[in-house]
Design a protein around this ligand. Structure first.
Ligand SMILES: [Zn+2]
Length: 330
């Protein structure tokens, strides 16, 4: 699943080619990709030139300018004779498109032969098409006025950007305080830190030498400092390696990332720890497969409620009634 480093890789790749291109039309082939209609999306995006690319957590933001007048056009209408945009109520100012890749979304210029139709595509000028491929179909597209951006992310309760000024050691210590949730769940919570997902959470906890089932509130000041540094270093390493291509991640040019080649614990269950040789173990935290080295990430300090059961140390409680239970006759 694309996380911050993968989305940042997509952003950087698109930054080399997308700004300056005119977005002629958005074509939606799968209406479930957006809560907005194709017409509404075009009302915000068609006839506008791409001016920039940004990222917020795992969301990719594409900025476009105001609708451009057709050069020398008799009607003076929007570029390319575009359809009217009732959804936007005649809005012709600059807009923001937001793409969430979710599980398997890919923005690619040249789809592989035999791929199913893109869920949406952007028809750009000079002649270019950006396709949104998405096997699992969880990816989403939105478009709105720039003034609506804060509300959009505010309603999603997005926490600070790891590389932004708000994400300090003091912030992290405050966010961890009194929380009983396991550290792994804490790191995945986008309201605490934006952009961290399953891969980078496991890798950051290994780097910080912290057990994934430690209660977040049990982390001491020095451990919080280690965790803060580990989150940043792990995400930066992911960006430097242009993401992890474990399942389907490719960048818009069809290139794979290489962070999967240097993973310490993620999906290395049963393999030796690269530092100490101990066998990497796996447990499940909050429904997510979680990988760790039991020696490098020792259990010290407070563990989250239920962690003994999750580590398989006590048998799960037997059902009060066996499957074939029947009430005895009175
Ligand atoms: Zn180890």
């Amino acid at each position: 699943m694309p996380e911050l480093p993968e989305v940042e890789t997509v952003r950087r790749r698109l930054l080399t080619c997308l700004p300056g291109l005119l977005l002629r039309e958005v074509v939606v082939n799968d209406w479930t990709v957006s809560v907005q209609t194709e017409q509404e999306l075009n009302g915000y995006l068609a006839g506008r030139r791409v001016t920039g690319l940004r990222r917020r957590g795992k969301y990719l933001l594409v900025d476009v300018g105001a609708v451009e007048e057709q050069a020398g056009g008799a009607s003076g209408g929007p570029a390319g004779g575009l359809p009217p945009a009732p959804g936007a109520a005649g809005y012709a100012g600059p807009s923001v498109a937001v793409v969430h890749l979710r599980m398997t979304g890919q923005l690619v210029f040249r789809p592989e032969p035999g791929e199913r139709p893109p869920r949406f595509l952007w028809d750009l000028e000079p002649a270019t098409r950006l396709h949104f491929q998405d096997v699992r179909r969880f990816g989403r597209l939105w478009a709105f006025e720039p003034a609506a951006e804060d509300e959009f992310f505010g309603s999603r309760g997005m926490g600070p950007e790891p590389f932004g000024p708000e994400f300090t050691v003091a912030y992290l210590r405050g966010a961890l305080r009194d929380r009983r949730a396991p550290l792994k769940s804490f790191l995945l919570d986008q309201r605490r830190i934006a952009g961290v997902g399953n891969i980078y959470a496991d890798e950051a906890l290994f780097r910080a030498r912290l057990h994934p089932l430690r209660a977040a509130g049990s982390v001491g000041p020095r451990e919080a400092q280690r965790l803060h540094a580990a989150v940043l270093e792990t995400l930066q390493a992911g960006i430097d390696h242009e993401g992890s291509s474990i399942e389907s991640f490719i960048d818009p040019a069809g290139q794979r990332g290489s962070f999967q080649e240097i993973l310490s614990v993620y999906q290395r269950t049963g393999e030796p720890c690269r530092l100490c040789g101990t066998t990497i173990e796996r447990t499940v935290v909050g429904g997510r497969g979680t990988h760790y080295c039991p020696r490098c990430q020792p259990r010290r300090g407070g563990m989250a409620p239920g962690s003994r059961r999750r580590l398989g140390e006590i048998a799960p409680p037997r059902s009060a009634k066996p499957a074939d239970w029947e009430a005895p006759d009175r």
